[in-house]
Ligand binder design. Sequence first.
Ligand code: PMP
Length: 424
Amino acid sequence: MASGGLKTKRVDVTTQYLDLFANLIEGSDGGKREFLEIGRLAGNFPAASLGGSGHVAGPDSISVWCSNDYLGMGQHPAVLEAVKDAVDKYGAGAGGSRNIGGTNHYHVLLENELAALHGKDDALLFTSGYTANDGALSVIAGRMEGCIVFSDALNHASIIDGLRHSRAQKQIFRHNDPAHLEELIAAADPDAPKLIVAESVYSMNGDIAPLAELSDIAKRHGAMTYLDEVHAVGMYGPQGAGIAARDGIADDFTVIMGTLAKGFGTTGGYIAGPAEVIEAVRMFSRSFIFTTALPPALAAGATAAVRHLRTSEAEREQLWSNAQLMHRLLNERGIPFISDQTHIVSVLVRDEAVCKRMSTLLLDQHGIYVQAINAPSVRVGEEILRVAPGAVHTADDVHGFVDALDQVWKETGHPRMPATQAAP
Ligand code: PMP
């Protein structure tokens, strides 16, 4: 341990190594990361600062437009109550991995609730959506001898990492292009096990996969399917079961994967599917086995969120009404965005410096926080302001937000472009 407690000392010999990292940062396409500390700027981050108080900021409050707590469940009284109650009963942490002392009754209740939500045999919890994709895909694709995986080009990093860890052969089909998938799968060995992996709502584009077509291809070619519904669970479909459920084809997808960190307002990830698949993942997934379980209190909070959203339509209705209003207002102002299919409104700036400047102006002049998204989350030259109108915003908030963005757009002199997809 270093002497002097928290003081650190630079040892000369490391300087050459530190230079390597300094060069790495300098040479990066994505630029340096800066965090905006929400708690610092917005006091204790009251629910109102998510947008309920309107878009005008006081000195200690900002209006947040890029939260993934899309439905405000992270602040919902039923969720907070459940978390507090479980903390009182079981404390702050799980105390072990799921297999060695860390499984609490709340984990099991939540897994049952999630299996029921998706109409699957079983569900399995992970500590995040990232580790769920990583752990589940490494087992599912990796343990099927000779498996060929067909993966959408815009699939999330956690999917990519899970597939890398599986070491299975991988073919990438063009984003949301079932014809390309068909071409690749038809050319593959008909006897090889196959797995098609897609997201229902794409995290950065906010567009929706052609699920019926993917499922049709899977059936015709005997492929298993894995659907990441991270940006859909809670928000779409009956009881918030996601897009596949909305389209009445949840049964066509072998495994449905989701997060507790977005629509359900807490943290954690899961898969739901056939008992054999869930059990195999439970037995072999390294990101399930070799880590401490989710804190029981978060499982309790997430269960309250899932249960609430299975019966309440109010949050989904408000979310969708805000999203549609934003699509319409942006179109009227000629501010381009990628897709009007979901609540993820990706405003296309396509310039890293301008995008960053817009984000700064929105914060400094309007008290609005929306993060500029650059590489590696999107490709260089495809920079966006990823706006997420939530259920906690009001229609007035949406008007206020678009007015502010309009002014900032003017101030930066950025050209207005025709939207790539016109809103209705
Ligand atoms: N899948 C997708 C499509 C995502 O966008 C994300 C995170 N944004 C994840 C998985 C990982 O989820 P989590 O944040 O719960 O780790």
